[in-house]
Write a protein that binds this ligand. Structure first.
Ligand SMILES: *Cc1c(COP(=O)(O)O)cnc(C)c1O
Length: 344
């Protein structure tokens, strides 16, 4: 078999949710956008429902529709992009709760689906999504009269606890919402860790559930094992891979594994990445190609059957660092060719 194996530990996912839930006194939701950060929103969603999650968050109505099919009626599914033109059927049929981002979206929602639930997204300084303070103060009374079930905003710098933006956004969010008798949510994973001032009535972690930073105490969820297709001797002075970027500094043994940038193993990680044979690190040599990666296994003393990229020795964030990116991008880039195996 030449497909790499991506193991997804749903038990670890549930434990991460429970650990984040234990940090706050309020409800803890779960963000499962981008197909559950690449791990599969249906399986992730079902595991979290069994663990007691009652509120899910997705980016688009299409994602919400898919999730509803997997988890059934009951839990709320909030949609960050709100109510876009063309979303009405999905919102009604999948019983989604759009987080309305503008007056235009509010008009669209109350006209198309009068009485249907909605929340409101406010912009507290990130300048990405949500109503701005001036817009909000103009429509606030009308909006409140329509009965929003959640008011939320999003922090730009929550993964940097000392960043002054955190307190600034907290003050802005409070100024926009204090005194309203409506549940509020400000914190994703980073904000949940910042502490109780940021929790309000609901936290909505994403990356921490999947084992990524800034939740440093997370249990790893993903293991990725790449089967070795071929092992060869490379003499000192010979090159390996595209562009001859690696020249063997000594006589070497080089393994070629199945998996490459088409599988989300970002090409830029090449020079800094390491694969593991059990506990032994085997540096990646040469360029990452579309379907293949080459690694130096000389010190092993035997030819391995597979090499591990993510697991016991390397987290999604270690791999991200080698590629000059963040764990979020590594997870959401994981490709479709893996043999996916679920651990309970
Ligand atoms: C993605 C997202 C989250 C989850 O963020 P994490 O950093 O993955 O915990 C929460 N809220 C909003 C608005 C988001 O876009």
């Amino acid at each position: 078999m030449t497909s790499a194996t991506l193991s997804i530990d749903l038990g670890a996912l549930v434990r991460n949710w429970q650990s984040l839930d234990a940090l706050s006194a309020c409800e803890t939701g779960a963000v499962v956008k981008a197909n559950g950060y690449g791990l599969g929103a249906p399986v992730v969603g079902r595991a979290l429902v069994r663990a007691g999650v009652r509120s899910f968050f997705v980016a688009t109505a299409e994602e919400g529709n898919t999730l509803r099919g997997a988890i059934g009626q009951g839990p709320a599914i909030y949609v960050f992009s709100g109510h876009m033109a063309g979303d009405t059927n999905a919102i009604r049929e999948a019983a989604l709760t759009p987080l309305l981002n503008s007056v235009d979206q509010m008009l669209r929602h109350v006209e198309a689906l009068p009485g249907a639930p909605f929340g409101i997204q406010l912009d507290s300084g990130m300048n990405r999504l949500g109503m701005e303070p001036a817009e909000w103060s103009a429509v606030r009374d009308i909006a409140i009269a329509q009965g929003p079930i959640l008011i939320m905003s999003h922090l730009a710098c929550a993964d940097e606890p000392d960043h002054p933006m955190n307190a600034r956004q907290l003050a802005e969010f409070r100024a926009m919402t204090d005194g309203l008798d409506i549940p509020r949510s400000l914190a994703a994973t980073g904000g949940t860790i910042l502490g109780p001032d940021y929790h309000f009535d609901m936290t909505r972690p994403g990356i921490g559930l999947y084992g990524g930073l800034p939740f440093a105490d997370a249990t790893p969820v993903v293991t990725l094992d790449l089967p070795v297709i071929q092992v060869r001797d490379v003499l000192q002075g010979e090159s390996v891979g595209y562009g001859n970027t690696w020249i063997a500094p000594r006589d070497s043994r080089v393994a070629t594994v199945s998996g490459g940038y088409a599988d989300g193993l970002i090409r830029a990680m090449g020079p800094k990445a390491t694969l593991y044979a059990g506990d032994t690190p085997c540096p990646v040599v040469g360029r990452v190609s579309m379907d293949l990666i080459t690694a130096d296994v000389t010190t092993l003393g035997h030819d391995p059957a597979e090499l591990q990229l993510m697991g016991r020795h390397q987290s999604v964030d270690t791999v991200a660092e080698a590629a000059g990116t963040i764990g979020y991008e590594i997870l959401t880039s994981l490709g479709m060719r893996y043999q996916r195996s679920l651990l309970a």
